[in-house]
Design a protein around this ligand. Structure first.
Ligand code: SAM
Ligand code: SF4
Ligand code: SF4
Length: 341
């Protein structure tokens, strides 16, 4: 039995950021020149993460996703995966990565028991990759996707693409075709005004309706796949049987079924991507709190939860980035790359 919040949403899904550092600087996530990083001594050890995961699973969590920052920058990540995969209460252990460092560890991750991999890929063009992500690393990302397929994640691999108007929205079809070639499913994500997206503007969002229109225009009829799930992606089938996902977090948010909490690399638990205040589990843990005490703190916070961040922002008349640059510097926990996407 999972604990439920004030909107009767169960806590089932935990995203764990294992580092706030990143080897890319994506325009929609880390557009600035310098960042304030979490102090290293505050980062949770693998043992501390696993101890917390055991508390969460006792409260009903059965899925975890490792993220960041760039999770593969964290040394020995496969060791954490094997500790998590050995927990019978977890039916899904997944990873979201930018793919740069994936090729050399794909087999280790598979052996460690990772179930699913999502690789972020916004373009297939090298010059464009450099201008979006400010590093010349497209070849490594593509090699990472291939290596994950060969390591046994074929069919369990997704490719996530954030679309930005005038930047990469002419690559919808090439990305669908590339994903098909490598046996992955591509999901198009609407550009969100989360913390860190300091250059966000509604004008740059490519809405779900437009993505569907373009798919239909270029690839023929698009059929919606009806499924019951709390996953944010709506899935569609194209004429040739290929499936694609759309995550319409900006124009059609899915807060009503949001069953996720996010744990930062320094052990602060957030209840919404847009939430301002988190629950500091690291301090509790390092002060010697028992499992029961930590469980009670999480339960109290989750049962009081009424966050609907993306829905509230959609309803607001004026829309602008969540936090200004200065606010992000004084409170890096507001950053998407700290909170874990
Ligand atoms: N570094 C890894 C990666 O990029 O896959 C994992 C962390 S990253 C924060 C997780 C996801 O957040 C990525 O798929 C990224 O595309 C998404 N993301 C970051 N900023 C976003 C924004 N402003 N709008 C929509 N998605 C965003
Ligand atoms: Fe890009 Fe992910 Fe790094 Fe953000 S955390 S800059 S989305 S690679
Ligand atoms: Fe969940 Fe907050 Fe995102 Fe809504 S905005 S889906 S409540 S994380």
């Amino acid at each position: 039995m999972a604990i439920v919040d004030r909107l009767l949403r169960p806590l089932r899904n935990l995203r764990i950021s294992v580092t706030d550092r990143c080897n890319l600087r994506c325009a929609y996530c880390m557009p600035e020149d310098d960042y304030v990083w979490l102090p290293r001594e505050r980062l949770l050890s693998f043992e501390e993460i696993v101890e917390l995961v055991d508390v969460f699973t006792a409260l009903g969590v059965d899925r975890v996703r490792l993220t960041g920052g760039e999770p593969l920058l964290r040394r020995e990540l496969p060791a954490l995966v094997s500790l998590l995969a050995a927990r019978p209460a977890l039916r899904d252990v997944a990873l979201t990565t930018n793919g740069i460092l994936l090729a050399p560890v794909a087999r280790d991750l598979a052996r460690a028991g990772l179930h699913r991999v999502t690789v972020s890929l916004d373009t297939l063009r090298r010059d464009r990759f450099v201008s979006i992500a400010r590093r010349d690393a497209l070849a490594d990302v593509l090699a990472g996707i291939e290596a994950a397929g060969a390591a046994g994640f074929a069919g369990q691999q997704k490719i996530d693409t954030v679309l930005m108007r005038g930047v990469n929205d002419d690559e919808i079809v090439p990305l669908v075709e590339h994903a098909k070639r490598v046996g992955a499913e591509v999901r198009f994500i609407e550009y969100m005004d989360v913390g860190g997206a300091t250059r966000w503007s509604m004008r740059d969002v490519v809405p779900r309706s437009e993505i569907l229109e373009r798919l239909a225009r270029e690839l023929g009829p698009v059929e919606e796949i009806v499924e019951r799930s709390s996953a944010p992606a709506e899935r569609f089938r194209l004429r040739d049987g290929t499936t694609v996902g759309i995550i319409a977090s900006t124009t059609a948010p899915f807060c009503r079924s949001c069953d996720r909490a996010r744990l930062t690399a320094d052990g602060v638990l957030f209840f919404c991507l847009y939430g301002r205040k988190g629950l500091d589990l690291r301090s509790l843990q390092r002060a010697g709190a028992s499992r029961e005490e930590i469980a009670a703190a999480i339960t109290a916070a989750w049962t009081a939860r009424d966050d609907r961040g993306a829905e509230e922002r959609l309803a607001a008349a004026e829309r602008a980035p969540l936090a200004a640059r200065e606010a992000l510097r004084t409170d890096p926990h507001l950053e998407m790359h700290t909170r874990g996407g």
